[in-house]
Design a protein. Structure first.
Lengths: 116, 864
């Protein structure tokens, strides 16, 4: 199922939505991504990812109450759906199982500081 | 304001962003703006806002065009049908596109070329107020010899006596001499482009300064303004104000660079790399030296007619006591390049009549290709009757049919304009040498022109598309569906024929024109000049050798050198003039030479003898060798040769002179003018030019030998030379230019006509497939059927030629009248024109008709 694959950036956005629950909306997600990962991300990129996630059914959204700081404009708040949770778990499990399958020898002595 | 993000960005966002997403996106963006403004300041935040807005140009956020809009679907379908039609009838569309692009290419080419020619000297601020004042010369027989030069005192008198003159400047060019200029003894070059001028130069002309101040650049005598090119050549950098250059050939004068200007643009009628102050003594009152150019800048609102009317009086007052005054008048700066054709112009000028010829041709070729388009589209559309009928049945309005055909026309035109522009650029690349300058379609200056061309193309496209559109949409439904043409069809066919005739008429005229120009060029090139200019090598800095006689002797020793002579000028290049004759003076062109020079040039001696080293009187006074024209104008006959005759009046004393020899007339100027008097004096002195006659065609070896000999004697001076026949070919530069461009344009025009005829023959044959089949069934042979079809087209071409020939004859005989020595138009030219057009017609129609005639009649008859 090509359409329901979870991309790397999408997964990140999905995780952040979970982290920010219940206040996940576009700008906040962007700020959180930038803080957690140090990446520079345009708001447009976040919105685009959110729109894709919603198309795939991984998140649902609703417009929140208007607040003062945005000139009375409402925010769209995002929540993870069951399908989203499922996709995240699958990704997580896949990753864990692969990680565990790596033999110790393969990673031995590989570290940035050099002194292990 | 500052609390609000850029309004324009918001507007832009609102324009492209889907309305259901706009609120949340805008909200996020504004909030983000607030944060970033606080952190990074307003400026950065505003930039970032734009960055974020542009980042929303992604598919998910951009408005979808409403799918259910009739209009959009309709237009989409038009494009789709246009595309399908083009691919289905590939041959037809390629031909149509090719001929249209070629036509456009010719048009763009001519347009840009003419525009470049017309742009001369317009870059000066106040170019409209700058004029050149010139005085013609009057010859003894009353002939007026138009001349661009003036005496130096003229400018002073103009400034003093004419209130209209704001300022004036004199130019004194190098007159062919080369200046040895350098930063040091080691780094020096010969430079031709040195002009001396008054300090007012930059008040009149506005060449843009890179460094230095135009106000003071020529205030002091030893100041030098150089171009960027010269600065880079000598110093390797541009900002060289304050540096000094030594002009070795001006008594080692050291000049301080006071300004660096942009390189002189191609569209300036005079060019230079070095500009220095005019410092000759006594010139301000000199009315006798004719080697200065006078430019004036008039006050704003000066009435030019009044100004010109006052000039003769000024000239007469300045030189009282003269009996006849030569015409004095002014020329607008911007007219000089195209309209002035005087003796001693500062550069090679263009020619207004060439401009007219090119413009006419460009328009003609465009016209031919538009006709083609019209022919092809109308003809082709007859095949689309069923489509039109069906559209009508399904309720298409006439208007929508028209717009469908217009859109197809526009697609074609847009493709053709772009292809044509690229083609024109290719033409310019190929013709760079011929045009003598780099012209490109794609320069910033040409942007508006390109815009105009695109717009013009679209207008033409609409006009050319309108007829087919109106014509096609006018069919009655029932007939259209059945594929029957009513009377309209008949008229379309005959219109096609008229247009075809028009096309071939134009092609025929162009072929004849090209042939005539070509023939005239050959005539000029092969004409007997009266001397032998081939294999003559001219060393043009011969005066930089201290011992010229040694060099001459050494060169004469070389195996492949048959003769060496020196001269103070070049036949067909630079010569001197003087007044001579008694009692009536004539204007005599002359150069000083040695006896060997006459042999080098291989002049034909009609009477008398060559100069001789043994005869002392040959070397001074008025012992001269004349050409026949000079002999005649001086009033001598062949009997007078060798006898002293009164020849010159100096200080009320009549001086005698002897014509020692008479040469057969020879050409030393353009073939547009008749042969003028020419004379030679023998002087033993150092002269500028050494003429070396080579006896071999093996140039490279001989050149090496000559250069080695030169290096032995010349004491470090560079070896500079040219070949006399090359120099002579400059005299008919205009004609060879015209001939080459004409050839290109004619080939293109013929190509277009060929395409047109091919396509029309193709369509005619398809219309007649049934007729051909029936004729064959009834027993006609393939050759007869083919001849039947070909005959009609041949007839049209003959009609076209009959119309075109007299027009071509009239046009070209007028052109030839401009030459004193010109070729004639013979029958062969016209036969060639008619033969080539017939050949084209026969090839295009004949091959197709044979193919059609050989086909099986069953196939074409079975269809119904």
């Amino acid at each position: 199922m090509k359409g329901t694959q979870l991309g790397e950036f999408e997964e990140l956005v999905l995780l952040i939505i979970g982290v920010l629950y219940p206040n996940a909306y576009g700008l906040q997600i962007r700020i959180e991504i930038m803080e957690q990962t140090g990446r520079k991300v345009a708001i447009g990129a976040v919105h685009s990812a959110l729109s894709r996630l919603q198309d795939k059914g991984f998140v649902k959204s609703a417009l929140a109450e208007a607040t003062h700081e945005r000139g009375g404009r409402r925010k769209r708040l995002f929540q993870i759906t069951a399908a989203g949770k499922d996709a995240m778990e699958k990704n997580h499990e896949l990753r864990n199982s692969l990680w565990n399958k790596i033999p110790d020898m393969a990673l031995k002595g590989l570290s940035y500081g050099g002194s292990v | 304001m500052s609390n609000h993000p850029p309004k324009l960005a918001d507007l832009f966002l609102g324009w492209f962003c889907r309305s259901e997403l706009l609120e949340e996106i805008k909200g996020d963006l504004h909030e983000c703006y607030g944060i970033e403004q606080a952190e990074k300041g307003t400026m950065r935040a505003r930039w970032l806002y734009w960055y974020h807005v542009l980042h929303f140009l992604r598919p998910f956020a951009i408005k979808k065009k409403r799918q259910n809009s009739n209009l959009i679907i309709m237009y989409k379908s038009y494009f789709k049908f246009a595309f399908r039609n083009m691919t289905r009838h590939r041959l037809h569309s390629v031909m149509n596109l090719l001929s249209l692009s070629v036509g456009m290419a010719c048009f763009v080419f001519v347009f840009i070329y003419v525009k470049t020619e017309l742009s001369y000297d317009r870059f000066h601020t106040n170019a409209d107020r700058v004029h050149r004042v010139v005085i013609d010369l009057i010859e003894s027989d009353g002939n007026i010899l138009p001349d661009a030069t003036t005496p130096p005192a003229l400018s002073v008198a103009l400034k003093r006596d004419m209130p209209e003159v704001e300022t004036a400047v004199r130019l004194f060019p190098g007159w062919g001499s080369k200046f040895l200029i350098g930063t040091s003894e080691e780094k020096k070059f010969y430079e031709e482009g040195l002009i001396r001028a008054d300090s007012t130069f930059f008040d009149v002309f506005s060449f843009p300064f890179l460094y230095g101040n135009p106000e003071t650049a020529l205030d002091k005598p030893r100041q030098l303004v150089i171009t960027r090119k010269a600065a880079l050549k000598y110093f390797g950098r541009e900002d060289v104000v304050g540096e000094t250059l030594t002009i070795f050939s001006m008594n080692n004068a050291r000049a301080t660079i006071s300004g660096v200007i942009e390189d002189i643009p191609d569209n300036s009628h005079f060019k230079f790399d070095f500009l220095t102050r005019l410092t000759f003594r006594g010139i301000d009152a000199n009315w006798g030296w004719w080697n200065y150019y006078t430019y004036v800048k008039l006050n704003e609102g000066t009435n030019l007619e009044n100004f010109n009317a006052k000039l003769p009086a000024l000239y007469e007052n300045a030189r009282p006591g003269q009996d006849n005054y030569a015409p004095i008048y002014s020329q607008a700066l911007t007219d000089i390049h195209l309209k002035s054709d005087l003796k001693w112009e500062l550069g090679t000028n263009g020619n207004m009549s060439n401009i007219y010829i090119f413009s006419a041709l460009g328009l003609f070729v465009l016209l031919i290709s538009c006709i083609n388009y019209l022919n092809l589209t109308v003809g082709h559309s007859l095949k689309r009757l069923k489509e039109i009928g069906l559209r009508k049945v399904f309720g298409a309005h006439r208007r929508s049919l028209i717009s469908q055909f217009l859109i197809e026309a526009l697609i074609m035109i847009i493709l053709a304009v772009s292809m044509g522009t690229l083609l024109a650029e290719m033409l310019f690349r190929n013709l760079g040498d011929t045009l003598g300058k780099e012209v490109s379609v794609f320069t910033p200056d040409n942007l508006p022109a390109l815009g105009a061309i695109a717009l013009g193309g679209i207008v033409i496209g609409i006009l050319a598309g309108l007829y087919p559109a109106l014509h096609l949409s006018s069919f009655r439904v029932v007939n259209a569906v059945k594929g029957i043409l009513n009377k309209n069809g008949k008229s379309a066919v005959s219109l096609r024929q008229v247009l075809l005739v028009l096309q071939f008429t134009i092609s025929g005229i162009m072929i004849i024109g090209t042939l005539v120009v070509f023939k005239q060029l050959k005539h000029v090139q092969n004409a007997d000049l009266g001397f032998d200019s081939e294999q003559v090598l001219v060393i043009d800095n011969a005066s930089s050798v201290s011992n010229q006689q040694t060099l001459k002797a050494e060169l004469s020793q070389l195996a492949n050198v048959s003769e060496v002579g020196v001269s103070s000028g070049i036949i067909g290049g630079i010569n001197w003039t003087t007044s001579l004759g008694y009692p009536d003076e004539i204007l005599l062109n002359y150069v000083a030479v040695d006896p060997e020079f006459i042999d080098v040039m291989d002049f034909e001696m009609v009477a008398g003898r060559n100069f001789s080293k043994e005869i002392a009187t040959d070397k001074q006074g008025f012992n001269i060798i004349l050409n026949e024209q000079a002999l005649k104008e001086l009033g001598f006959s062949l009997e007078d040769v060798g006898k002293p005759q009164p020849i010159y009046l100096l200080n009320d004393t009549i001086r005698n002179g002897t014509v020692v020899g008479v040469l057969k007339d020879f050409h030393f100027t353009s073939f547009k003018s008749s042969i003028k008097p020419f004379g030679f004096f023998y002087r033993e002195q150092t002269m500028d030019y050494m003429n070396v006659k080579l006896s071999t065609a093996n140039l490279s070896g001989t050149l090496d030998q000559i250069e080695q000999t030169w290096n032995k004697v010349a004491n470090g001076a560079p070896f500079e030379y040219f070949f006399l026949d090359e120099n002579f070919s400059h005299l008919h530069e205009q004609e060879s230019k015209l001939s080459e461009i004409l050839t290109y344009l004619t080939i293109l025009a013929l190509f277009i006509a060929f395409v047109g005829m091919f396509a029309i023959a193709n369509m005619t044959i398809r219309d007649k497939l049934k007729e051909i089949a029936i004729r064959k069934v009834l027993g006609a042979s393939a050759s007869r059927v083919s001849a039947m079809i070909t005959r009609r087209f041949i007839g049209l071409v003959i009609i076209a030629n009959l119309i075109g020939m007299p027009i071509a004859y009239l046009l070209m005989s007028r052109w030839l009248e401009g030459f004193v020595y010109h070729t004639s138009m013979d029958l062969l030219l016209f036969v060639a024109a008619i033969a080539s057009t017939l050949l084209v017609a026969w090839m295009t129609v004949g091959s197709q008709s044979i193919k059609a005639a050989l086909g099986s009649p069953v196939k074409s008859l079975r269809q119904d």
